[in-house]
Design a protein around this ligand. Structure first.
Ligand code: AMP
Ligand code: ZN
Length: 134
C-alpha cells in the first residue's frame, strides 16, 4: 500500500527535479513512515503534524508535507496547494487547541535556525509571543 502511494506521488510530482517521495535518511520522513515515534496530532493524505520534541510554547506543533522537500520555497514551487494544506491544518489544530492567536514559522537555511531539512511549518501558541522574534 505504501509502495503504491509512493508511486502515485512520484507520478504526480516527478516533473519537479529534486523531488523524492520519502528520504530514508530524513528524520521527518521516518516519523511520517512510523519508523520513529512522535505524538501525531493531525494526519491526512498530504499532511502530518506532531508535537515538537522541544516545545517553545504550550502548543508547539510541526506540520509537514508527506513527501520530502527541503524547504518552504521548494514546497511552494512544487505545489502551491500542498503548501496551503499546511496552513489549513495549522488553523484546524489551533482551533482544536482553543487558540485564538498563534504564530506559524518556516525556518529556511541553517542561518535562520533550520535544523531538519524537510519543510515544516512551526505552529506556536498558548502564551504571549513577542515581536520581533529572536
Ligand atoms: P527547525 O530548527 O526549524 O529545523 O525545526 C526542527 C524542529 O524539530 C525543532 O524545533 C526540534 O525541536 C524538532 N525536533 C527534532 N527532533 C524531533 C523529533 N524526533 N520529534 C519531534 N520534533 C523534533
Ligand atoms: Zn523528509
Amino acid at each position: 500500500m505504501q509502495v503504491l502511494r509512493q508511486w502515485r506521488l512520484f507520478q504526480r510530482y516527478s516533473r519537479y527535479g529534486n523531488y523524492v517521495a520519502l528520504d530514508s535518511d530524513c528524520l521527518f520522513c521516518k516519523i511520517i513512515n512510523g519508523d520513529i515515534p512522535a505524538q501525531i496530532v493531525f494526519r491526512n493524505e498530504n499532511v502530518v503534524a506532531f508535537n515538537d520534541i522541544s516545545p517553545q510554547a504550550p502548543t508547539h506543533v510541526l506540520i509537514v508535507p508527506t513527501l520530502h522537500v527541503e524547504n518552504a520555497a521548494g514546497l511552494a514551487k512544487m505545489s502551491p496547494t500542498l503548501t496551503a494544506d499546511l496552513f489549513v491544518a495549522a488553523g484546524e489544530i489551533a482551533a482544536t487547541n482553543g487558540l485564538t492567536g498563534y504564530r506559524t514559522v518556516f525556518n529556511t537555511g541553517a542561518e535562520a535556525g533550520q535544523s531538519v531539512f524537510h519543510a515544516h511549518l512551526h505552529l506556536l501558541g498558548g502564551r504571549g509571543l513577542a515581536w520581533p522574534p529572536g
